[in-house]
Design a protein around this ligand. Structure first.
Ligand code: FES
Ligand SMILES: [Fe+2]
Length: 421
């Protein structure tokens, strides 16, 4: 249970809030690289700020305040130029640092005044990595965009999937340290949704939660496994500060504002050995719907869609005064305590957890990974078809995480894996 004041401290992310200021110190994925190749501007709302992301004609990225400082036109309808973004209303142009570089009429009528030198627009850093565009809204000097180990893997098919989830980011992130929900929300409820009234899935018998440099790890023993299983010896990662990492996929929960979260999924599937070498020229991206148009209810068919139901069901910003945390929630308590410590650290002028600044460290940041060898080395077709590998290790035939995978992405995936379509 958290008091209303402490709940607000953890959940509110708008400008000037303690948690917003803390999370701004980490690079956040906000779009796919390929997305800006399809359309050079994208409106983005992040930590309660309306912004526009763009790619200019020389290939540079920028992230600017959404509304033009002249008379507030919407710059997401702007014109990208060789080096910057131009407002479509009267042609003022801004570069990625936020400087106003041109004011066509002012520059012609009274160039000696140089009115443009008095104009600035809020601007933030953008970097491309792993097919994603990352934004940094914190104080300088900016840290490095973490080079997580899977970003360095080869011979894989990657896809990026977005969904907008209408609730606060923290209830999404608390799901990253909640092992028991797999048994109920995915296994047991999933079976019922598929019309099976059979026996329930193996129960969780034992849980452990540990902190490490880049987050928390949860480990578990279920009725069908023991302490020799990698679910216990390795575990899975609640990645600091706002992601889940399961070994071959990441899910970031990026705060749009206090009551909306952008779910950003990055999914890696290693091709079978007989498909090597495989080089992916462009990483596809897509947006997953969350509402069933026919019924107006949340979509229940896919794993992360089920998660979303857990999150939004708690309310836009859940009231943590009415909760009753049990022994399965020890990881959630650890996470909140760590956030409170980081909030104090930042308030005192210090550096919070898991900020990466050393380029040597950032060559490749290893994480706990169940089945790492299989993702690095690949499986033979015989191993895949034998069905011996546990789910998530061998390439799946269909995409189970989010609904709505577009046909061209499915075809490219099947082709990469050598699956007959
Ligand atoms: S409103 Fe943007 S140039 Fe006038
Ligand atoms: Fe889940």
């Amino acid at each position: 249970m958290l008091s209303e004041e402490r709940n607000r401290r953890l959940t509110e992310v708008g400008p000037g809030t303690p948690m917003g200021s803390l999370l701004r110190r980490y690079w956040q994925p906000i779009a796919a690289v390929a997305e800006l190749d399809d359309a050079p501007t994208k409106p983005v709302r992040l930590f309660g700020e309306d912004l526009v992301l763009y790619k200019d004609l020389s290939g540079g990225y920028g992230l600017l305040e959404r509304h033009c400082p002249h008379r507030s036109a919407d710059l997401s309808y702007g014109i990208v130029e060789e080096c910057g973004l131009r407002c479509n209303y009267h042609g003022w142009m801004f570069d990625a640092t936020g400087a106003c570089r041109e004011q066509p009429f002012e520059d012609t009528d009274a160039p000696e005044i140089r009115f443009r030198d008095q104009i600035r627009i809020r601007a933030y850093r953008v970097e491309a990595k792993a097919g994603l565009l990352w934004a940094y809204l914190g104080p300088e000097p900016a840290p490095l965009v973490p080079n997580w180990e899977p970003f360095t893997w080869g011979n894989g098919f990657v896809q990026i999937v977005f969904a907008t989830v209408p609730c606060n980011w923290l209830q999404c992130q608390e799901n990253s340290i909640d092992p028991v929900h797999f048994e109920w929300m995915h296994d047991n409820w999933g079976r019922r949704l598929n019309g099976h009234n059979g026996p329930y899935a193996p129960r969780h018998l034992k849980l452990a939660f540990d902190e490490f440099e880049y987050g928390l790890v949860y480990r578990r023993v279920r009725e069908d496994s023991d302490e020799t299983s990698q679910l216990w010896t390795v575990g899975r990662v609640c990645l600091w500060p706002n992601a889940l990492f399961t070994g071959n996929h990441f899910e970031w929960r990026v705060p749009i504002d206090d009551t909306n979260t952008l779910s950003v999924g990055w999914f890696f599937t290693r091709v079978p050995k007989d498909r090597e070498p495989y080089v992916q020229n462009s990483i596809p991206y897509w947006y997953s719907p969350i509402i069933d148009e026919k019924t107006g209810r949340w979509i229940t068919s896919h794993i992360m869609n089920q998660d979303f139901i857990g999150w939004v069901g708690q309310g836009a910003v859940t009231d943590r005064q009415r909760e009753h945390l049990g022994r399965s929630d020890r990881g959630i308590i650890m996470m909140r305590q760590r956030f409170f410590r980081d909030l104090d650290t930042v308030a005192a002028g210090g550096e919070p957890k898991a900020i990466v600044r050393d380029p040597d460290v950032n060559r490749c940041i290893e994480l706990p990974i169940i089945g790492r060898r299989h993702f690095v080395e690949g499986l033979t077709r015989e191993e895949i078809e034998s069905g011996r590998e546990s789910p998530g290790i061998a390439p799946r035939r269909t995409f189970p995480f989010l609904v709505g995978q577009p046909e061209p992405v499915r075809r490219a995936y099947d082709e990469a894996m050598g699956f007959a379509t």
